[in-house]
Design a protein around this ligand. Structure first.
Ligand SMILES: Cc1ncc(COP(=O)(O)O)c(C=O)c1O
Length: 460
């Protein structure tokens, strides 16, 4: 199994990025629950033939869709070790928790947070953002909100983020019971960053109307175009307005590891909470989301709940309180920290920072190729590692959606799409450490070929 999966990674360039799933393969997964045992080798063979070839393909250098990390073998092997230990990191006195605490300490240091800040591994930034919203809610309404709920406070909370923010912020408002309607989507400037004047205006209008503004969410690396909000400006505004500042740094926060990009995150050190993923630009295998909270006491008070069966002791296996289950909703938790610990040690943060810089250089290279190609048009400034553009055409939205589907089915490259200023864009997010300039060239050539073929077909 180890040989096969290492061969897979070594020869990944020879494979299509993605390929359509034949009905016969899909049908294999509609069978009954197994009653009798099957040889491990037979199950592995089934995996090799019917699962491995039909994944999304984000380990492949031609994968440029959404924001997916490429993973790395050291992290993969750590996953195997973690599964062998079958460690449950909800709590108890065990060194795996010291590994997680070590990473919390590293993360604090990287982002300039104080020793009193607490951190937790979660699935991904969607969950980390939800935790950030919940701690901000507790900060605004006090601990009693956990018992009485939002309605018990009699206050109408409002939160603010930009129109370019990820949808999971709105979902976090919904899941927290505050309601997605209480999230104000503030306009962005010409660089797709939150417009601070418009934000000020929205807060003032809400106060006037009797609302209680409590939270502003900045984004470090918007999902559409990679824009980084003015975090120092947001920190200043949040301080003045007494709002909680949460930063969604899902993929962009780790730009802190790249010396050429880190200055663009100035102000992140003032956030009250910060969410990000190691599984995106950090190249750690899925999943490895992370939440960091400046006020560790408030973080714990938002989640900790005494239970007789989770009683803490000063010695024995039940020692070592507080436990991770005191900082989030999960009681059963895997050893996500191990693959991060392996990845950071085996590669070192300088190498990861260099990968991050290189992906941005590749996006600029793509921007250059778009500028030199009259049939292509850039739709948003390239601010980090994402380029949004289109093949020029009278029926642009339809044509570009078709080009992207053609690209996926060709196996050459896999960008995704988004909408920029009302127009459908081909969106290439370069996240993978394996991607090179030749992969960008292959993407451009294939887009031109599929675009031109479409023009020819319509003319015929
Ligand atoms: C800015 C931003 N926020 C949040 C998320 C959600 O993160 P996750 O998929 O890890 O839940 C993403 C995902 O791409 C993102 O780009």
């Amino acid at each position: 199994m180890l040989d096969d999966i290492i061969d897979y990674l070594e020869h990944i360039r020879e494979r299509p990025v993605w390929q359509p799933i034949p009905d016969s393969v899909r049908a294999r997964f509609h069978g009954p629950v197994p009653v009798a045992p099957t040889e491990l080798a037979a199950v592995h063979d089934e995996f090799m033939r019917h699962i491995l070839p039909f994944t999304a393909g984000n380990a492949h250098p031609g994968f440029m869709g959404w924001v997916h990390g490429g993973g790395n073998p050291a992290g993969m092997l750590a996953e195997m070790l973690a599964a062998g230990l079958n460690a449950n990191l909800g709590g108890r006195d065990q060194v795996p928790l010291e590994v997680e605490r070590q990473i919390v300490q590293w993360v604090r240091g990287l982002f300039g947070f104080p020793e009193s800040a607490t951190g937790l591994f979660v699935t991904g930034t969607s969950m980390a953002n939800l935790i950030g919203v919940l701690v901000a809610r507790t900060s605004a309404l006090g601990l009693d909100v956990r018992r009485s709920g939002i309605a018990g406070s009699g206050r109408r909370l409002t939160a603010y983020t930009s129109e370019a923010a990820h949808g999971c912020i709105s979902q976090a408002m919904d899941l927290s019971g505050i309601g997605s309607a209480a999230l104000r989507l503030v306009a962005t400037d010409d660089r797709h960053r939150i417009d601070l004047a418009a934000l000020n205006g929205a807060i003032a209008a809400d106060r006037q109307a009797g609302f209680t503004p409590f939270l502003v969410v900045g984004t470090a690396g918007t999902v559409d175009s990679g824009a980084i909000d003015d975090l120092a400006g947001l920190a200043e505004l949040a301080r003045r307005e007494k709002l909680w500042l949460h930063v969604d740094g899902a993929y962009g926060a780790l730009a802190i590891l790249a010396p050429d990009l880190a200055p663009r995150l100035a102000g992140i050190e003032h956030a009250d909470s910060l969410a990000f993923d190691f599984h995106k630009w950090g190249q750690v295998p899925y999943d490895a989301g992370f939440i960091l909270v400046r006020d560790g006491t408030l973080h714990r008070d938002t989640f900790a709940a005494p239970a007789a069966y989770l009683r803490r002791e000063t010695r024995g296996l039940a020692a070592g309180s507080p436990w991770p289950c005191d900082f989030g909703p999960d009681l059963s938790r895997g050893f996500r920290a191990l693959k991060v610990w392996f990845t950071l040690q085996v590669h070192g943060i300088d190498a990861i920072g260099a990968v991050i810089s290189r992906t941005c250089a590749l996006a600029r290279y793509l921007e250059g190729r778009i500028a030199q190609t009259p049939e292509l048009e850039l739709l948003a400034p390239v601010s980090l590692n994402i380029a949004c553009f289109r093949f020029r055409s009278a029926q642009s939205d339809q044509v570009n959606a078709r080009i992207v589907a053609d690209l996926h089915e060709s196996g050459i490259a896999a960008p995704s799409t988004t909408t920029i200023d009302g127009r459908l864009a081909i969106r290439a997010a370069i996240v993978n450490h394996r991607t090179r300039a030749s992969d960008i060239d292959a993407l451009v050539e294939a887009i031109l070929a599929f675009g031109r073929a479409g023009v020819k077909n319509r003319a015929a």
